[in-house]
Write a protein that binds this ligand. Structure first.
Ligand code: ADE
Ligand code: ZN
Length: 329
């Protein structure tokens, strides 16, 4: 569906399509343990978040140079634009690259090269969100934040991702405080596989502006009331939730109940190369599985721009919202 929308939950490393992975492997002299892009694609069957993350981190071996990161981001922006994305807030995982000897500057400046030309080339405005890996230590997160300081003018927010269960938000209080002091916005994955308690912590300890996923919040009525009262945006990723078996099937997704509860829900793609679709595909799949009416689809699209980190560019937010209102199905 090409209704204008903002994508607020998108891991750039999760946009690495098998064909691009093979092209970059060849360019960089990396050998992949798959015979072809089709064989690689057949490996995309996951039991849970960890089984996905194992393949996701392994494939990053093909990303080595600024040009690789620029090509990856440019390919994503072209696909996103074709599905109605007008604004994209893009996660990246610096530790997954620095651990392989790729400097953080290579990652940020490579991505920035594609993002800087995005409005002209693709008609998509962008923000960059630097995520800390929660299955690494708090010290590693802080070291990453310090290494990123020369690049902070390119970064709008920090986030928290990777294996959730057993890795509560509270561990990262100090680095989130440092990010806030540096003027950055804050988000965190919480309530994807982990319990509602992690959503509370992300809100009350890390001071996040949005919750990524948050679907398990529905198990805690007090939390639902809090999220509704404060209109905390939730960046929900329907196809991801099904592929990672957080939700049994799309027609059992809690999104309608979340909307009924008055939550500020948005629809996003997470890792579209792995989970079967980009932002517009997620809208299509939801509408088909849940028989969403046009008003609901328009509400979801409006929510995405309401929740975007477009501070300082309110004229853009207003323009995008007007585009949503003018959209004809
Ligand atoms: N990194 C990439 N995709 C993720 C997800 N869905 N949850 C946690 N970490 C991730
Ligand atoms: Zn995610």
């Amino acid at each position: 569906m090409t209704i204008p929308k903002a994508e607020l939950h998108l891991h750039i490393e999760g946009t690495l399509e098998p064909e691009l992975a093979f092209a970059l492997a060849e360019r960089n002299g990396v050998t992949l343990p798959y015979a072809s892009a089709d064989e690689l694609r057949r490996a995309y069957a996951f039991d849970d978040l960890q089984s996905f993350l194992d393949l996701y981190y392994a494939l990053m071996a093909v990303l080595r140079t600024e040009r690789d990161f620029a090509d990856l981001a440019d390919a994503y922006l072209a696909r996103a634009a074709a599905q109605g994305v007008r604004h994209a807030e893009i996660f990246f995982d610096p530790q997954a690259h620095t651990a392989r000897g790729v400097p953080i500057g290579t990652v940020v400046e490579g991505l920035a090269r594609a993002l800087d030309g995005s409005r002209e080339r693709h008609g998509v405005s962008t923000r960059l969100i630097m995520c800390f890996l929660r299955d690494e230590s708090a010290a590693s997160a802080m070291e990453t934040f310090e290494a990123a300081r020369p690049h902070l003018h390119r970064i709008a927010a920090v986030g928290l991702d990777s294996a959730e269960v057993g890795h509560p938000p509270v561990t990262f209080r100090e680095v989130y405080d440092a990010a806030a002091a540096a003027g950055l916005r804050r988000v965190a994955h919480a309530g994807e596989e982990g319990p509602p308690a992690y959503v509370w912590e992300a809100l009350d300890v890390l001071g996040v502006d949005r919750i990524d996923h948050g679907i398990r919040s529905m198990e805690d009525p007090e939390l639902v009331a809090r999220l509704a009262r404060d209109q905390v945006p939730l960046t929900v990723c329907p196809l991801s939730n099904v592929r990672l078996r957080c939700v049994a099937a799309l027609d059992e997704h809690p999104l309608p109940a979340m909307l009924d509860a008055g939550l500020l829900v948005t629809v996003n793609s997470d890792d579209p190369a792995y989970f079967g679709g980009y932002a517009g595909d997620n809208f299509d799949a939801l509408r088909d599985a849940l028989a969403l009416d046009e008003d609901t689809v328009r509400r979801l699209a409006r929510n995405s721009f309401r929740a975007a980190f477009l501070d300082g560019e309110e004229h853009l937010r207003a323009r995008y919202l007007a585009e949503v209102d003018a959209y004809v199905f």
